[in-house]
Design a protein around this ligand. Sequence first.
Ligand code: NAP
Length: 249
Amino acid sequence: MGVLTGKTALVTGASRGIGRGIAERLGRDGARVAVHYGTNEAAAKETVAAIEAVGGEAFAIGQELGVPGDAEALWAAFDARAEGLDILVNNAGIGASSPFASIEEAEYDRIFAVNAKAPFFLVRSGAERLRDGGRIVNVSTGLSRTALMPDLIAYSMSKAALDVFTRDLSKLLGPRGITVNSVAPGVVATDNTAWLEGDEEARARAAAYSALGRVGSTADIADVVAFLASDDARWVTGSWIDATGGSLT
Ligand code: NAP
């Protein structure tokens, strides 16, 4: 029996990276996990298999986010497999690939559509599925609180919008006993940070941001999300949790 036995969780962007780590951890804690993916069905199925391999229960649902009608379509796919939800983790996100000097409107709009608009409408159109006493965790970034990487400005701005969403939503959903929190990772080794691979100098620089002298792992973030999803965190809401390994100190 895990602490989340009997609960249903939906983790967006759980085919890879931090989302996969979160899905696997919530699965180990006993939750039945909806493993959402954008394009990578095979990877999502690997996440499902990893959860099932340790006795958990999971299923994959695919839906591109950041496009019109995304939330309604995702919920339709979810409803076909589950009834009601206890934990929603808005993890899917994209970074900025162009620096401030050359970013175009289309890239800016896409970043905001995936990182800020999609979580907003997922909750707006899905809130009635979320049971009283439920949990929402939004995966933000340390960059919404520091100008450490100013060229990623559009990305950081989109996550700052997500943080405001967290704060206000905690007031709107608090009367139902639903907590809403942001978790802010620093540099974590995933496909998103592929530049770390094979570049020892870049990796050492990234590690040096953290007071603990290393790059984060997906489990470092998943464990914080698991705490917020658990009953132990029932009195924590509207918070922005620094999970940067002390990169902001
Ligand atoms: P990742 O390895 O690139 O994985 C991204 C995940 O999101 C994948 O499952 C992907 O699905 C999904 N996704 C991306 N765009 C999507 C879209 N338009 N529609 C549907 N699904 C989409 O990313 P990550 O590094 O794990 O990052 C996860 C979250 O942590 C993001 O919100 C990111 O901003 C945040 N974060 C990451 C770091 C870091 O250093 N890695 C630091 C701070 C914050 P498919 O594989 O199916 O395409």
